[in-house]
Design a protein around this ligand. Sequence first.
Ligand code: C2E
Ligand code: MG
Ligand code: MG
Ligand code: MG
Length: 278
Amino acid sequence: SIKNGRSNQYCQYDSGMRSEMLRRSEIEAVMEKALADGEFTFYIQPKYDVDGSRVVGAEALARWIQPGGKMVSPGEFIPVFEQNQFILQLDEYIFTRVCERLRNRLEQGLPVVTISVNVSRVHVRQEDFVSTYQAIKDRCQIPDGLIELELTESIFLENLDRIGSIIRELRAAGFGCSIDDFGSGYSSLNALKGMPVNVIKLDREFLLNEGDTGKGAVIVRSIIQMAKKLDIETVAEGVETPEQLAFLKDAGCDMIQGFIFSRPLPEPDFARLLEEDA
Ligand code: C2E
Ligand code: MG
Ligand code: MG
Ligand code: MG
């Protein structure tokens, strides 16, 4: 009967929802446990001057190393974490570990460089984001300018007044502030007007299959020129070939981050690199 058919449908819908909820809470339980068990860590990728002769900064990149050594890439887990808010815990965890490592090295008198840490757009929406990060920075007694926060270009899709005041608060709290993946999507040249960012990171997409005569090259050159006039430094990310490097050098890019000089390294390897460099 119709009635039966309906109640059947309800039944299916209901059990479908239940299993969806179960799946979610299972995923969350797995992540909570992975965090508690120390499966999340970070690698560090150095940023170099255009000659590749000096490490001028570095970026901490989250890594999930599962029991047995399987490494899951952030490209897989970050989008999932952004959907279930777990990204808040992960970002804060990575940021805290980076601050603690820095503190430790400062106490030992070891060389340090400015480290940048990624912050999700989801995170930036949190009311207490700046004060939470500032409290951790203060607790670890990190001097101003040693940590830079990388916000992806997509934050420009949020309320621009609010983003502007968040960036001002971050700078006032002693954080550097960079716009990651610049040029990858939403065009944000105008948005930069009210934003005291100190670095923009040119998205890797610009460098793919581009000679130095294509349209992409023209855009990269003008972004770098504009940045200079605004007193903003430029980092090119994902630089792999000598041709890309030569182009970026000619275009006046300030810093290079890419496999051409170094992959992201486990922290002890990065530490060794800094000590050799010093
Ligand atoms: P991103 O912040 O733009 O980081 C740069 C990515 O490019 C890294 O990928 C890095 O390993 C990769 N890369 C660097 N040089 C080269 C190169 O020469 N060639 C190629 N093909 N790739 C290069 P990774 O480590 O897989 O991270 C992917 C993304 O995940 C990051 O992109 C960032 O958006 C996000 N992410 C990583 N860690 C965190 C974190 O702690 N919090 C948040 N919210 N996001 C994170
Ligand atoms: Mg980044
Ligand atoms: Mg990037
Ligand atoms: Mg990117």
